[in-house]
Each structure stands twice: as C-alpha cells, then as structure tokens.
Write a protein that binds this ligand. Sequence first.
Ligand code: IPE
Ligand code: IPE
Ligand code: MG
Length: 247
Amino acid sequence: MAEDCPQKVPAHVAIIMDGNGRWARARGLPRTMGHKKGVEAVREAVRTAGDLGISYLTLFAFSSENWRRPEAEVTDLMGLLKAFIRRDLADLHRENVRIRIIGEREHLRSDILPLLLEAEETTRNNTALTLVIAFNYGSRDEITRAMRKIAREVEAGRLQPQAITPELIDAHLDTAGMPDPDLIIRTSGEERLSNFLLWQGAYSELVFVPEFWPDFSRELFISTLERFATRERRFGGLAPITAAAGQ
Ligand code: IPE
Ligand code: IPE
Ligand code: MG
C-alpha cells in the first residue's frame, strides 16, 4: 500500500466523472479533447485505486440519457471506450484487475458489445481491484429490467410475491454480488446523481469536488478519501460509525 494513502480506505468507491466538456471549453478546445484527457484521468484513478487497496471502483462512463447528445459526440465517446478497451485490456489483465460492466447491453451496437464481453471474460478470474464500468447505465433502467425479470419468475410460478425482498432485488440488479458503494464522488461541481446507483447508493457518502474530471489526480483522489474518512455513518441507527473505521 502506498505511504501517502489514508489509513482505512472504503471497499467500494463510485465516481461520476463529470466536466470533460467544460474542461475543454475553459481552454478553448473542442469537447472531444476533454473526453480524451478524461481517459487519462481514468487510467490514473484505476492505478490509484489499485495502489490504495480499494476493492471496487465503479466509473460512470456513459449514461442511458447520454444518447441525447449530438451524434458526433456519441460516436466520439463510443470510439474512446473501444480504444480504451483495446489498448488497456492487456495491461489491466496483467495488473490482475477484474472488469465488470453494468448497464443495458442487449441493444448495444455490434462493435461495442463483443469488446465489453471480451473484457469481462478475459479478466473474470482476476483478484485485485474490480473495475466496474457503468456504460449505457441508468438506475431507473436497471431497476426496471430487474423488475421485469422478477415479474417473469412470479408469472411462471417460480416465485411467491412475499419472497421479494431487498436482497432478492439486489440479486437481480446489474451490480449483483457487489457491495454497495461506500462513497460516491462527483467531479465538476454539479451536485446531483444523474440516475447513478440510486438503489445501491441508499447509504453512500456523497462527496462533490469542484475540479473537472480531467483534473482528477491521484492527490485529489486521496484528499477526497480523507474527507470521506471524517464522515459519521449511522445507517439509521444512533451510534455514529466513523467512515474510517469501516462498517
Ligand atoms: C463527462 O463530461 C463525460 C460524460 C458524461 C460522458 P461531460 O461531457 O458531461 O462534460 P460537461 O459536463 O459537459 O462539462
Ligand atoms: C452524468 O453526467 C453521466 C456521466 C458522467 C457518464 P452528465 O453530464 O450526463 O449529467 P447531467 O446531464 O449534467 O445531469
Ligand atoms: Mg456533464
């Protein structure tokens, strides 16, 4: 573990990587340059998370609502994801990183889906950091798909309605088997969740930082974890549990 890291790190950190466009605009550059720089920040965040011993790092890469952007920008973002997987998969695999993808995948273009499946398949037995990429992801869509699966089981007579519990719903979400995020970070100063991990984030600590995503450095990641460590988590009870002490 690196010397500069906080004493106790959260098991699961999720990040809303926002502000690529504004980072570019502030420099008189096209938005696409912001997204390119954003990929570099992704690499640094993954490296830092691995060094600090974080178990799960979830990155919001493309939302189910991001299709509303101009076609050229969507194409650009798809291209960057493809390039990232093509270029970085071997390195990530070597570093024992396991990749998981969350989000709707059935309707993805045929040039994207096989790459995502390959990334998951290649790294499935890796045991270091789990990198969760939220792609074509929206919580409402995820919960809706989970409800459909559950309804089909009820319809087929395999499941009684009273057997529907929070745990059963958890098991039908894209995040099945993962711990809930302890910390959700959003960059760029926006203070909203934008349809990200609404179910899983019920008791997550939220930290908003003003820096744009391309400026999210190792130092900033660590200082954000230090802010998290000072939080008191109560989970509805009375006894404060400091975030640094874990759950
Ligand atoms: C985040 O940056 C990247 C994605 C949403 C894909 P934005 O593209 O949202 O940048 P801003 O918010 O317009 O600055
Ligand atoms: C959230 O950012 C989605 C991702 C970071 C992928 P947006 O930039 O799309 O969110 P809004 O539209 O400002 O809420
Ligand atoms: Mg944005």
